[in-house]
Design a protein around this ligand. Sequence first.
Ligand code: F6R
Length: 608
Amino acid sequence: MCGIIGTIGDRNIVPALIGGLRQLEYRGYDSAGVAAITQAHTLARVRTEGKIASLDEKVTAAKLEAPIGIGHTRWATHGAPVERNAHPHFSPDGRFAVVHNGIIENASEIKSMLLKGGVFASDTDTEVIAHLLQLYYTGDVVQAIRDTCRRLRGAWALAILCLDTPDTLYGAASGSPLLAAKGENGVYLASDAIAIREKAVGCRLHKGEICALDRDALRFFDAEGKPVFKELAPVSANENDTDKGAYAHHMLREIMQQPDAVGRTLSPLIEDGRVVIDDGVLSADFVKNGLREIKIVACGSAYHTGMTGAMLFERLSRVSARAEIASEFRYASPLIDEGTLAIFVSQSGETADTLAALRLAKERGAKILSIVNVPGSAIASESDCVIHTKAGREIAVATTKAYSAQLSVFYALAIRLASLKGEIDEETARRLAHELAALPDRIAETIEVSVAPAKALAEQIYARPDMFFIGRQLDFATATEGSLKMKEISYLNSQAYAAGELKHGTISLVEPGTPVIAVATDPAVAAKTQSNVCEVKARGAKSVAVVTRSLAPAFADADVVFTVPDTSPYFAGSLAVLPLQLLSYYTALKRGCDIDQPKNLAKSVTVE
Ligand code: F6R
């Protein structure tokens, strides 16, 4: 993970480095640093534990000014998040400064074999890069970078300064995103276009490529160090919408933005009362004659949308479908062939495990469809076809609006697939499309009625050490997401269970007052879930039910009931998740947690 930036400008670039790092904080925020070559020709460095705000204070106190520099915001992989492990790292002779995003898998081997133990100032894998640069440098920086990269295994995006060439910024990438760009006020290297805060043209570095950027020219080299030409195109940041507005947290604002996020995502997918999905994504011929099974691969919340997607594909279109955790998938010898439709779901489009799984599925001949929020991201660009969620920029680490947008894409896909398979008739397809089109309004209504009860319940449960979320089938997927949301932002221990499974062991953990939150929106299984609620209530649990309006009477005995509007049971997860998001938000608020940037996490997980 981590975010990197480098820039050369006409004047002092330190404010541009700090401003860019603030934009990159979503990639990690446990420590940070900058290094710069000053007018006095020294390599200066400022590093800190914690967030960019503390780096900013330290940089101001140090009165650091320079025309060229690099910066880093870190999500620790090797070595604790303390100042000596913060990037940039220097070569022992102080000639090179390096920032790195990725993981060097053979760092310890390099340390012991190549660098003969050496003396290292940090516990990071990155520092070996600085040592190797010194080892291979004979006066040509690009050649030193090429030789260094040849020794590395793993993933990297690097920004490098060399004191001997104070007007040049160097970069290299393999498996981690890196953009080289040129604007009116400077040239840049960055993990994400969002860090470049002016109009610019540029390009991504592909596997093994190296670049050398001067104020007037961007030069590129292949992995052999041979010059290559790369086309520059306008660099567009996804959406520079970084303002919290009237909300205390980005997460709350993003929860409130869900009707728009889902509406915008569905808008190109529903036309004249019917779901329309481009032929390139799902052609009648492939569905009828080629499609054997669907695998949905993703991580975290995106995987939870995949759980829903897989159940809907099987139920509505009778195609065998499975959701797979990306980090497991690639090591499981998955059965994939030309008859596999592999769907990769990702907000960031950069998640390393998902990307690696995509490459594996592609190699084995699957058709690759991705559902991605960030246009131009690695997952989007390596897919055969893409459906973009239009959630806009999501800043809070805990996903809400991107999750809802992803779900809505699965709903549309499931309807279209069922139609193409002939499993539902035209009238049913139109009725479901109609329900789908009504979803944004129902989401708005659900949020409105859920805020006050979520706040009130948070007051009652915020000090409990643990809690459980239960549900069956589609409701289990929603319960799983609700549980993840709770633990990641409130740091409470919460577990999700298929409701029928609780009594096979976990119910022994239920104590008087333990919150058990049951999701029940599907009439086919609601009565069973209701029995499970009775079972935990009989053991003293504080029972909470999240149910649709028509199922509410059956759950009248629960201690707290959240009621969501009626909709097709296929789509009710989109509504039931909303009180759960709000409940985690208000619980975390009450516990004084850092809601937008929870500890130990990062928005974009670019390491495996
Ligand atoms: C949880 C959360 C994570 C992400 C996961 C995948 O709130 O945000 O679990 O869903 O890290 O990230 P993307 O969707 O960017 O691939």
